[in-house]
Write a protein that binds this ligand. Structure first.
Ligand code: CA
Length: 228
């Protein structure tokens, strides 16, 4: 289970990272809002623990961005101020739970476990998600930034394979055997043509590109932003 902790206070961040790691979680710690925002947007986590008072990008802003691309990841926010307004705001923005600082570690752990259980409970559908691309395997539908994308059966299978092996370079021979159930014949360009069509449907018009050619090797799906 992967957790993201966004916390600028060094002691609290270290304490959370150490405790949660010891409890068996894989923990990424961001010490400022910018790094936290970047990680939340580019990697998948099972729970995000978000401090509200950050010096650069506020926790609220990060929470809004998260909810724009990912409706499902549970977010637990940490608020130093015991203010009802803060709590209401956080829950309105789509946080799932909150903790008021200072808190006992056992409390954090209990909340995280509850959020994970809750998350798994309503995960009845097999949904693959990377960045703002969301694929429902049962319903066979694909959305990018809430826009429906129509794919042929082969394109769908190809996208599913790329998503399930996110970040890995998949050689054409592997794609051929998995999607076309055939041995790869270097004379055919069926895979390249299908990739090109899939890429134009999935990536065209979006600043963040997901499907990439790795020259001489194959293809991979990975979040790569054009921005500097
Ligand atoms: Ca803080």
């Amino acid at each position: 289970m992967r957790l993201l902790v966004v916390e600028d206070e060094v002691k609290t961040g270290d304490y959370l990272k150490q405790g949660l790691s010891e409890a068996g979680f894989q923990v990424s710690l961001a010490r400022n809002g910018l790094d936290g925002h970047h990680l939340a947007m580019t990697e998948l986590f099972d729970v995000i623990i978000l401090d509200v008072m950050l010096p650069d990008v506020s926790g609220w802003r990060i929470l809004q961005s998260i909810r724009e691309v990912n409706k499902d990841v549970p977010v637990l926010f940490l608020s130093a101020r015991d203010s009802v307004d803060d709590r209401v705001k956080g829950l309105e923005l789509g946080a799932d739970d909150y903790l008021i600082k200072p808190f006992a570690f056992s409390e954090v752990l209990a909340r995280v476990r509850t959020l994970l259980r809750r998350g798994n409970a309503h995960k009845t559908e097999d949904i693959l998600q990377v960045h703002d691309l969301k694929v429902n395997i049962q319903k066979r539908n694909v959305f990018r930034a809430e826009q429906r994308i129509l794919l042929s059966n082969k394109e769908f299978s190809l996208l599913e394979l790329l998503l399930r092996r996110e970040g890995e370079v998949l050689p054409r021979s592997l794609i051929a055997s998995q999607v076309w159930d055939m041995n790869f014949d270097s004379d055919t360009n069926v895979i390249d043509v299908a990739i090109r069509r899939l890429r134009s449907k999935v990536d065209d018009g979006f600043p963040v590109k997901l499907i990439h050619t790795v020259r001489g090797m194959g293809y991979k799906l990975e979040v790569i932003t054009d921005e500097p």
